[in-house]
Design a protein around this ligand. Structure first.
Ligand SMILES: C[S@@+](CC[C@H](N)C(=O)[O-])C[C@H]1O[C@@H](n2cnc3c(N)ncnc32)[C@H](O)[C@@H]1O
Length: 267
């Protein structure tokens, strides 16, 4: 697939948004426009940040009102496939013998949906993201969640780092992790209408995966308990396990499969 990264401009729609422009421009390196018809926009206003496509369709990251927070409130949340893949369907200490909050590196943060779920399960989550625009959206949503009584505690467990994940995972001085979570981009489904809006945006903004196997091999070297890889149902397992001979299991959900690489032995 031929993919070219779209040019994105920062655009403020009100006075509050204008005050945020200098910091945003510094963090993202994007140019500023006054013209709302300039193409892709990182739109800033009193209501926070949104990414707007040239056709006017937009997405934001919302950990307060968004679907992600309602999912985390579901009564069977701890029995859902993600919790089971992480080993968080039981108290972490009971599974591992480690009496502290599990430390997760989400090496492909995207819109932070999975990271929010993991933080809601009680993990401390370091979100790595290569896209400066996505980092800005994530930080904006985390700041809003920190200021909200109902979401502040979960938001406190999330820390965004703008980096190439392989650099971070292979940097010996970076924080250690019990679990490394990977959700690399995968090819766009043929039936575009079936793909959720957020995923369509990611495909247009980020393009196809180019480093999945490198991510997996560095994740396997970094995690002390598990590496969890999210794949579309029916997709091949990620390559990158050439130097690894451990046990791998899979957990299926209707559209997704979680491949679980058991790095550490249960204590
Ligand atoms: C499929 S999305 C992840 C979606 C995410 N799990 C969620 O819940 O929103 C993959 C993301 O990983 C990021 N990514 C891919 N390779 C990366 C790398 N080497 N370092 C950092 N981020 C990376 C992409 O920019 C993209 O935002």
């Amino acid at each position: 697939m031929n993919w070219t990264a779209p040019e994105i401009f920062i655009h403020a729609t009100d006075a509050v948004g204008k005050t945020k422009i200098p910091a945003l421009a510094k963090k993202t390196g994007l140019s500023v426009t006054e013209d709302p018809d300039s193409g892709w926009l990182l739109q800033t206003s009193a209501n926070g940040l949104r990414i707007v496509r040239p056709d006017g369709v937009s997405v934001n990251v919302d950990f307060i009102e968004g679907k992600v927070n309602r999912r985390a409130d579901e009564s069977n949340f701890r029995k859902q496939p993600l919790a089971r893949a992480l080993g968080m369907n039981k108290p972490f200490a009971a599974s591992t013998g480690i009496a502290r909050v599990p430390r997760v590196i989400d090496a492909t943060a995207g819109f932070g949906t999975d990271a929010w779920m993991m933080a809601s399960l009680g993990c401390s989550v370091t979100l790595l993201e290569d896209s400066a625009v996505l980092c800005a959206l994530l930080n904006d949503a985390i700041d809003a969640a920190l200021a909200n009584v109902a979401t502040a505690r979960t938001a406190q467990s999330m820390h965004v780092i703008h980096t190439k994940a392989v650099d971070y995972l292979t940097d010996g001085s970076a924080n250690s992790a019990d679990i490394v979570y990977l959700d690399p981009m995968y090819p766009m489904a043929r039936k575009q209408a079936l793909v959720k809006k957020g995923m369509q945006f990611l495909h247009e903004l980020i393009g196809p995966d180019s480093n999945g196997s490198e991510l997996l091999s560095s994740a396997l070297a970094k995690a002390s308990y598990r590496v969890v890889v999210k794949r579309p149902k029916g997709a091949d397992v990620l390559s990158g396990t050439e130097n690894w001979n451990g046990q791998m299991t899979s957990i299926d959900s209707p559209n997704t499969r979680f491949d679980v690489y058991h790095v550490g032995t249960r204590r």
